[in-house]
Design a binder for this molecule. Structure first.
Ligand code: GLU
Length: 287
């Protein structure tokens, strides 16, 4: 059997304009794909209908073309593939690893108010203090059937036991030997695997898509490194192959914050209209 052609992807969410941090990720993917004689895919991660907008998607395509990137078509848009995520979810449910959770983020915050040491996940979100064992499956089913809104959570202790010890191969952005990293999915607690509004979550959609698209190399920012523990767990539970991973360092602004849409980091579109060239963007992106 011949080895799969190296396949890379850039996977932005169209919930704002791209900034230099995205340029760094996109250009690194393109450079690594070129060096490996591989493919570059573009995936639009738009499961969050409340925040994603078609005009941001159009701006992403414009910015990437201006940077000189060339990707394969068709572009995969996650909002068009909910059935794929629903079938992965059904598989996890059939394994008894998923349960309905009726507590909102507000309920969790209120339950833990006055407990500054309450455990948090690697992204800083409070872990839910409402364990699966607090309610019977019959009660959960009845509440679901009564039309109460719910999210689906992964029973992490059980899922981690099922999967056994996990890790991944982390390849440096500069190339060279990969090193093995131990995964720690338990640090995430019972992660939400499907939100109230959509039959998936970032974690589930990314894992299903990477497998369906034959992605062999995931190159993304270091802020997503901890999430790789959940991704490896889901890959093992769903019988999906493990890509190689590269988590590149993040660009920081003058105050030392990572660039982000939420703090209004300068967009590529603004740099472009100020006369900055793609070569200058590459330099400012640290490449
Ligand atoms: N859509 C994610 C983001 O824009 C990236 C997902 C990934 O590369 O795994 O942050």
């Amino acid at each position: 059997m011949s080895a799969a052609r190296p396949t890379f992807r850039f996977a932005p969410s169209p919930n704002g304009l791209l900034h230099l941090g995205h340029a760094r990720s996109a250009l690194l993917n393109a450079d690594m794909a070129n060096a490996a004689g591989g493919r570059l895919l573009l995936r639009i991660e738009d499961i969050d209908a409340a925040r994603c907008r078609p005009e941001y998607e159009a701006a992403i395509l414009d910015d990437l073309a201006w940077l000189g990137l060339d990707w394969e078509h068709p572009v995969r848009r996650q909002s068009e593939h909910f059935a794929d995520y629903a079938s992965a979810l059904a598989r996890l449910e059939a394994m008894g690893l998923v349960y309905a959770s009726f507590e909102s983020r507000g309920d969790i915050r209120r339950a833990l108010a006055g407990r500054p040491d309450a455990p948090r996940d690697p992204d800083g979100a409070l872990l839910s203090p409402f364990p699966r064992s607090a309610m019977t499956e019959a009660e959960r089913t009845a509440r679901r059937q009564a039309g109460e809104p719910y999210a689906l959570r992964l029973d992490m202790a059980r899922a981690a036991r099922f999967a056994g010890p996990l890790g991944w191969c982390e390849v440096p952005a500069e190339g060279g030997e990969g090193e093995s990293v131990a995964a720690d999915p338990l640090a995430w607690g019972d992660v939400v695997i499907a939100r109230k509004e959509v039959p998936t979550s970032y974690h589930l959609a990314v894992v299903v898509d990477d497998a369906l698209q034959g992605v062999t190399h995931v190159v993304r920012g270091a802020d997503l490194k901890a999430a790789t523990s959940v991704h490896r767990l889901l890959q093992v539970l769903l019988g999906l192959p493990a890509p190689l991973y590269t988590h590149h360092s993040l660009l920081l602004d003058a105050e030392g914050h990572k660039l982000s849409k939420s703090i209004g980091s300068e967009s590529l579109a603004a740099l472009r209209s100020a006369g900055v060239t793609p070569d200058e963007v590459r330099r400012r992106a640290g490449l």
